[in-house]
Design a protein around this ligand. Structure first.
Ligand code: ADP
Length: 477
């Protein structure tokens, strides 16, 4: 059964149920009110008759003739003696001769009873009469219930017609309004099917209604999911293309050199060095890719130990100094003693990647300065260079995998770069609870700033981390 049918049925049956309860309540309260009114009339008539009764000389019951009394025309009165003889009756029932309510004659207390006399329905009040505390007879006052029946029938008819009309109207209203409300969902289904068939993730579901209602929010969420999926597919496509491209270059070089040696039929030292370099490059790249893949699938365990960042900075500086020697001035700006919790080897990798970039991209005669300190209750490592800077249009993308600014692609370098270093650094820092900021000015240089939480007391054990990201806080000068 469709949602629309279910909602309509639910709505209609709720309205129907409420109307039914309401109808029953109205029917019974109206019937009760009319019956009470009749009872009052019967009671008042009985009072008038009683007020006109006398006690005879032998202590018997005497009634002033009922004909003389001003009684309502539609009320019957009978007065029965103790021995069951009819003492008096109103004109409208004089010929009847039998008690209006035979059962009421037996009772010792006033009683109202509804009964049938021929085709008529009657309501009869039987009141025992007493003289000096002894039973002297019974008075029966009755009236036809036609008014009540007529009122009840009319009310029943009106209520039934009203209920049927209201249920029909509610059903139609529910059917159309749910149809209206659910129509955008049909377009969600259509678009989802079209996307599946055409594989076109760039499509979005149009919605003209208010964006903040439930359907608007659903469509918005769906469109956002589509956006993310599109992004993910594009990234994956680009990633595969990039990997293919980056792998092909060294392989072509290797193949070329092997081909050359085969041709000259001897080992050429220069070719062997080139092959060796390219194999190194491939090994590094595969290693980095593996690391990112593991990071993405959450399979990397990061150690959580106390790391002296100042010692680490000196270590990295010693290691990287070889690259800078004779080319540029690599020095420490300011250094403080700083302790953080984390994985020493991975943090070292961050510094190696950032410092490696600074050294690689800064031209001969330039300067690279590394600084370590504390600010805002956090550890701060800064790596500044006097290189070419990063163009503003590249800045938001440099942490993406395989992203390389145009200059970096074309510039003559030692061929080591392939656009994974910053992605890895970003992932490691993020999984240490920190962040990387970049500020850069064209032709003046760049500054990478790594923020890490300071160690508080002892560090815990290894932590398993998940998810690699490709964004970072960047700002431009
Ligand atoms: P790569 O292997 O190309 O260095 P990275 O992920 O380390 O890859 O860096 C991505 C890109 O960011 C580089 O290609 C380069 O365009 C830019 N970049 C990174 N660091 C610097 C820097 N210190 N100066 C100028 N550009 C830089």
């Amino acid at each position: 059964m469709s949602l629309r049918t279910r909602l309509t049925l639910l709505y209609t049956s709720t309205v129907g149920g409420i109307l039914l309860l309401f109808g029953v309540a109205v029917y019974y309260s109206v019937s009760l009110t009319i019956t009470r009114q009749l009872d009052t009339t019967l009671h008042q008539t009985a009072d008038i008759v009683r007020a006109n009764m006398r006690v005879g000389p032998q202590g018997e019951l005497r009634v002033v003739s009922l004909v003389m009394l001003d009684l309502p025309a539609d009320v019957y009165v009978q007065i029965w003696g103790r021995d069951g003889n009819l003492l008096d009756a109103t004109q409208n029932i004089a010929s009847y001769g039998r008690p209006l309510d035979p059962v009421g004659l037996q009772g010792g207390t006033p009683v109202y009873r509804d009964l049938r006399r021929g085709n008529d329905r009657l309501r009869v009040l039987s009141i025992p009469l007493e003289i000096g505390g002894r039973p002297a007879g019974i008075m029966q006052v009755g009236t036809r219930l036609d008014v009540v029946s007529a009122a009840q029938n009319t009310l029943l008819f009106v209520l039934l017609i009203g209920t049927v009309l209201a249920i029909t109207a509610a059903g139609l209203a529910a059917w159309f309004s749910t149809g209206q409300a659910l129509r955008p969902l049909a377009s969600v289904t259509d678009t989802a099917l079209q996307i599946t068939v055409a594989g076109d993730l760039s499509r979005r579901i149009p919605y003209k209604g208010p964006p903040n209602d439930e359907v608007g929010q659903l469509i918005n969420a769906f469109n956002q999911t589509l956006g993310r999926l599109e992004n993910l597919f594009n990234t994956q496509r680009r990633f595969l293309a990039d990997v293919g491209h980056e792998l092909r270059t060294p392989l072509t070089v290797i193949k070329g050199n092997v081909g050359l040696m085969r041709k000259i039929k001897e080992f050429d030292e220069e070719s062997l060095v080139t092959i060796d370099d390219e194999v190194d490059r491939l090994t590094r790249m595969v290693g980095d890719l593996l690391l990112l893949a593991q990071a993405e699938s959450g399979k990397i365990n990061l150690a959580h130990e106390l790391v002296e960042l100042d010692t680490l900075v000196f270590d990295v500086l010693n290691q990287m100094g070889v690259l800078a020697r004779g080319k540029l001035d690599l020095r420490i700006g300011s250094i403080d003693q700083v302790l953080v919790c984390g994985d020493r080897d991975r943090l070292k990798q961050v510094l190696v990647n950032l410092l490696g970039n600074a050294i690689n991209y800064t031209p001969r005669g330039g300067e690279v300065v590394i600084g370590l300190g504390k600010a805002n209750n956090q550890a701060r490592i800064t790596i500044s260079d006097t290189g070419p800077g990063i163009p503003p249009e590249d800045l938001p993308h440099i942490f993406e995998r395989f992203y390389r600014a145009e200059k970096a692609r074309t510039r003559q370098r030692d061929g080591k770069g392939y656009g994974l270093g910053l992605s890895i650094a970003y992932w490691i820092v993020r999984n240490h609870g920190g962040r990387i900021e970049v500020s850069s000015t064209s032709d003046k240089g760049s500054t990478f700033c790594v923020w890490l939480p300071l160690a508080e007391g002892s560090c815990g054990e290894e932590t398993k981390v998940s998810g690699a990201g490709t964004h970072a806080t960047t700002n431009e000068e």
